[in-house]
Design a protein around this ligand. Structure first.
Ligand code: NAD
Length: 512
């Protein structure tokens, strides 16, 4: 359905696409599945076939894990110097720049995200490879020279080993790049599984790794579904660590699956991220950030600013301004440079978004804008209207659960205590924001919010240098920054006796 007053970007028809043929990369060789199984991906915006991919089974997954294990154990990468690792990662970054347009277009076709945004993500991903290259030359532990004259203590940092990397569909290339270059900088070997919805750009990354000269078997890519590929990647005893980005439900299952072999598990999961507005905030900037926060990537974003908590005195004015600005956001064909918001990833997901909105209205919330599927002229795919729901109370599902769509919930508060209580009421703790001209208000909020990232007078800035991750049910562990490297490092303690100075435990003269 269309809706009066929105800004839509239509299309003259579906694009002509030569479907991408995606295969597994195992021990340096590109291959289909042993049983010949494949799966297909249609563009969520246009409904055309864009990818035909090999569908991995147990045979491919186990072969990939065996290849990674062998590559790690024989030291073909783990024993390379930091300088050599950095040189290769920098080469990969240059190749990503070279292929930016190709990667961005496929990302847009598979995920439904706007082409201009996809391009920026690929550029950001190249920056992560460069940052990880810098980190590769900083892997170092500690020395302890004050344990006494007869002892020297060393703390060595070693690569953790074989890492399973499991990625979601919403930022396929960027999220793979938040993990893989850091694992490689540490000296690990990896098995990577992209989402079944967005396999192709990870395959292109594999091509670039081969071209850059990464030794065979260090990075293996298996395409397919959670069952059986993801499940084997989280249970096989030859895997030392699992790093997963995706839903909290699957993340909890992975912790349980990895427990019998005690793998390290790092998780980047969902969020229910609030922006809190105090009356002294710069409302022009705040309203723009609210609209950006909720509609970016069609709301299919772990960092989606899916709820705002607004002081009662300004709640109505803010809501009106958010609705007015929402109407100006360009929704439509993701291949058009003018589009800011593209398609919803699947029909099932659009139905889930719609159900949240209907449930909120049935529970007494008030629809101020949108609230239904959106038809974009000339496009057959699935879209959803920019949606603003006011009168939301903390007990409603839409206030607590991750909608993962272009849907904003508006809640109100009177005091700082109430704002903090509402912020921390969610089971999630990924990110939060505060808007106020008063630095004391901002700092108090930043200290008391239970969230891995807090923005003050801003939303969703990200830097390679700044760690990212969640508290509570938003995850465990951190990506990016130095912490992003540390995740993939094991600590070894070496205690060296200098000279033969230790008093014997058993005096030789006492023997016999
Ligand atoms: P998902 O959990 O459905 O799938 C993620 C990946 O896990 C896919 O590759 C999938 O095939 C795989 N998988 C599914 N079942 C599995 C199993 N039993 N064992 C192992 N792997 C399995 O998530 P999604 O729908 O692809 O992504 C959306 C979710 O990701 C949202 O909840 C979002 O908040 C979250 N996300 C979080 C971050 C973050 O950094 N915190 C970033 C992006 C997305």
């Amino acid at each position: 359905m269309g809706v009066e007053g929105l800004t839509l970007v239509g299309a003259r028809g579906a694009p002509v696409v030569e479907p991408f043929a995606a295969r597994h990369l195992i021990a340096g060789a590109w291959q289909g599945s042993a049983d010949g199984a494949t799966f297909e991906r249609l563009s969520p915006a246009h409904g055309v076939l864009v990818t035909r991919a090999a569908k991995g089974g147990a045979a491919e997954t186990e072969a990939a894990i065996a290849a990674a294990r062998a590559a790690f154990d024989d030291g073909r990468w783990s024993e390379r110097s930091g300088k050599e690792r950095a040189t290769l990662l920098l080469r990969v970054a240059d190749l990503i720049d070279r292929e930016r347009e190709r990667i961005a277009r496929i990302e847009t076709l598979e995920a439904g995200k706007p082409i201009a945004q996809a391009r920026a993500e690929i550029e950001g991903a190249a920056d992560l490879w460069r940052y990880a290259a810098a980190l590769a030359r900083t892997v170092a532990g500690d020395s302890h020279n004050s344990l006494g004259p007869d002892m020297l203590g060393l703390v060595l940092k070693e690569p953790i080993g074989v890492v399973s990397i499991i990625c979601p569909w919403n930022f396929p290339f960027l999220i793979a790049s938040q993990k893989l270059p850091f694992a490689l900088a540490a000296g690990c070997a990896a098995v990577v599984k992209p989402s079944e919805m967005t396999p192709s750009t990870t395959v292109i990354l594999g091509e670039l790794l081969v071209e850059a000269g990464l030794p065979a078997g260090v990075v293996n890519i298996v395409l397919g579904y959670g069952q059986p590929v993801g499940a084997i990647m989280t249970t096989d005893p030859r895997v030392d660590m699992v790093t997963f980005t995706g839903s909290t439900a699957v993340g909890k299952g992975i912790v349980a699956a990895a427990a019998p072999t005690l793998k390290k598990v790092s998780l980047e999961l969902g969020g229910k991220n609030p922006q809190v507005l105090f009356p002294d905030a710069d409302l022009d900037a705040a309203v723009d950030a609210i609209v950006f926060g909720v509609y970016f990537n069609a709301g299919e974003c772990c960092n989606s600013g899916s709820r705002i908590i607004v002081h009662e005195d300004i709640a109505e004015a803010v809501t009106e301004r958010v609705v007015a600005l929402s109407r100006k956001v360009t929704f439509g064909d993701p291949l058009d440079e003018a589009t800011k918001v593209g398609a919803i990833v699947s029909p099932e997901h659009r139905a889930k978004i719609d159900a949240y909105v209907r449930g909120a209205v049935a529970a007494g919330a008030i629809l101020r804008l949108g609230g239904a599927p959106l038809e974009v002229p000339g496009l057959g795919g699935q879209f959803y209207q920019p949606t603003v729901v006011a009168g939301v109370t903390p007990d409603m599902a839409i206030a607590r659960e991750e909608v993962f769509g272009p849907v904003l919930s508006v809640l109100t508060f009177r005091t700082m205590e109430e704002a903090i209580a509402l912020t921390n009421a969610a089971a999630y703790g990924l990110s939060a924001g505060v808007w106020s001209a008063n630095v004391h208000t901002c700092l108090e909020f930043a200290r008391r919010a239970r969230a891995g990232t807090v923005w003050t007078n801003s939303w969703m800035d990200g830097f390679a240098e700044m760690p990212f991750g969640g508290m509570k049910e938003s995850g465990q562990g951190r990506e990016l920054g130095r912490y992003g490297l540390e995740e993939f490092l094991e600590v070894k303690t070496v205690q060296m006796r200098i000279g033969r100075t230790r008093a014997p435990w058993v005096a030789p003269s006492a023997a016999g």
